[in-house]
Design a protein around this ligand. Sequence first.
Ligand code: CU
Length: 875
Amino acid sequence: MSAVMEDAFGLPGETGEEAIARVAIEEARAGRVPPASTRDQEDPAVRRAQEARLIATWATPPGWRYWSDVNNTTVGVWYTATAFAFMLFAGVLGLMIRVQLSVPDNDFLTATMYNQVYTLHGTVMMFLFAVPIFEAVAIILLPQMLGARDLPFPRLSAFGYWCFLIGGIFVCGSIFFGQAPDSGWFMYPPLTTQERFTPGYGADIWLLGLSFIEVASIAAAVELIVGTLKCRPPGMRLNLMPLYAWYVLVVAAMILFAFPPLIAGDILFEMERLFDWPFFDPTRGGDPMLWQHLFWIFGHPEVYIIFLPSIALLAMIIPTFARRPLLGYSWIVLAAVGTGFLSFGLWVHHMYTTGLPSISLGFFSAASEAVAIPTGVQIFVFLATLLTGRVLYSVPMLWVSGALAIFVLGGLTGVMVALVPFDWQAHDTYFIVAHLHYVIIGGVLFPILAGLYYYWPIVSSRRLSDRAGKIAFWLMFCGFNIGFFPMHYSGLIGMPRRIWTFPGGIGLELPNLISSVGAFVFAAGFLVVVVDVLRPRKDPYAGRNTWNAGTLEWAGEVPDQTWGVRSVPIVSTRYPLWDQPNFIDDMDKGRFYMPDAEEMKRETMVTTVLDAEPVQALRVPGPSFVPMAAAFFLGGCFIAATFHYWTLTLVSLAVAVGVIILWLWRATSVIPEKGEKDVGRGLSLPIYVSGPHSVSWWAMFITMLGDSTAFLSLVFGYLFYFTVHESFPPPGVEGPGLFWPLASLALFAATWALAQGARRAMAGGRVLTARLAMGLGIAGSLAAGAALLMGPHATGLQPTTHVYPAIVWLLAIWTALHAGVGALMLGYCLARSLAGRLTPEYDIDIANVALYWHFAGWTGLVTVSVLILVPLGAS
Ligand SMILES: [Cu+2]
């Protein structure tokens, strides 16, 4: 466009660029933008108008409304920064531990304070840093690696972030009131369940605060799985995905199956603490071992949940600096999937000293050794890639080599402690402390710092300082080994974990003092990183793709644009920036798909799961305070429950549910103004898709898999009690009877059929029949839930007397709640249909609710079967 034309359009005081943007947006508002395929993409004026519309559509809100942003680049950065802030806090707690243990008989901390400090150190590092940092980094990187404009549910990411922030502050803040949890990060009962051992709110803060954060983790996991499966660019078949995306898929799936057992455990635990239901009290039939099983079924996979995403960063960094594709792509995918599977079969190695039969010890010991194989494969693949490449030495590579060295040492002691007789000696000593820090610092922190130095240019368009990076690395590498290596020795000569202080004269002074000095050197190194990240910078931007990498996340403009990608690319190799000619230029000039935002709506492309064939131009919602409000009230509900403010709990919960319904009502399954949209290159895609092609169907499916895992963990608890008791139910105690459970089962089946019928009738255009089925379904599900609760009520089961009535009540309540939620969902569909937002053509809502009812119906079936069959079998 010539200067003369720009002047002709310009208003007084407006620059040429501003005039183009204004005109481009006016065109869009008036609906006068021609379809993408009909425009001449080589015309710079066309491109500038497209860019103006994309910028306006994806703009970050200004001023205080900045905090309503939901775009993955913004939320991901908040998430990462917050996780690092919690990590610094936990790091200071770690230093306090080392000060206290630097000399014998020290009184820097009181015993009570020391217990709070080490519990919070472990808890915060695990739950507020190691897991969230994976989600945070993945939220930033994944869409860019997949050439997507955003993840499919940006508001869900924002909701997850606010839950994480609120829950994290709640848990960390407790120590300033002397109310922090103080029984170790695994909270073993009965120490933690009985008021006489653990007075105060510490254990409740741990349980409720972390349960709330687990909700955030699962929300992020759902988002990341659907993003990886459905938002890849056209042509990126599963076997062309960047390895990072494979790891995201594996780890998010692990979160989905590992966190629910902990949530189930948390529920049992809180019911005992709040209402005296005796799940872990042996005098009333409970068993503390159940908590250990549930905790470690979560806790061992947790190790891999935090380790694999960091390995994933290495899998992205190493090819760039070896200047060749990673060797053995399919080997590493198999190894990652294999590690994921195996990690669920190892939990008992945390329980070798609890007196389990030696046959199970043998099995779990063998499985624990076996996991070294897939882990080793990944390390060897990295080494082989480096050996066969032309390695460029750089600061990220320095961190990578430090990570591999430290991690291998931790792995070796892991192979030692997986052996039962050795573990009996080392259990609960500083040898384990040394082992776990070698694994976690080498396998998580160093790779994350490698990633920080490598990916910083994507976030800030500049590189971090090489000199500061090297200083930080050597301080941290040496400080770490000085600090943690002597712990192997102090552990072997008998220094126990979690003790407040130790006496002099038994040879522990020197190793402890060295450890404390090392810890401070290590912390000094981390401080250098923090200063380098935070200091203001005036140096020029780094060039685009500054490390000359081959993967899509480096295709972004410098400085970064909020639109994500200028156009959604077509991918045919694993390293498109290396292998596909003219790739970045084609992306920049909008020659691929979706070069425009013709309607000024945020859009990203949805493709099929296996072959990434385009199926939808998905509209994603923009900035909103609703996710923040939902997190705030849901958090309020958990916090109020901690302090037994029951009215406030219920009010908070009701408001949270209201806000979430408002959120869904206004921003999901919105009926578009037209059925299809031209996305360029002669391709037209539907804007609205329901059923298994849609992202929300997948989100429901995946959420319900996690929900079912929590439910099965409760059933596992029931069967666990069944196996440890000679007679279960105990003699003289009646079960919930037959009539009410069977009546409930019939009602569950009827409601399931009504929900499926409603979906079919709606799809077939029989709107009245569908509405009738929904209405009957509401009544049916409420009745199903009530009938289920009537069972134990009618036979007078008292949950505080014995674990049998307690677990029966819990299963009944869990299932009745699912019926209640199902009723709410059917009511929502009915209201949407009446409001004209759910029609035979636009039927996402009822399609997803019908899917929900498959799971709810199945939950009812399993609950009723367990409740009536076990007593029958016992009698
Ligand atoms: Cu383990």
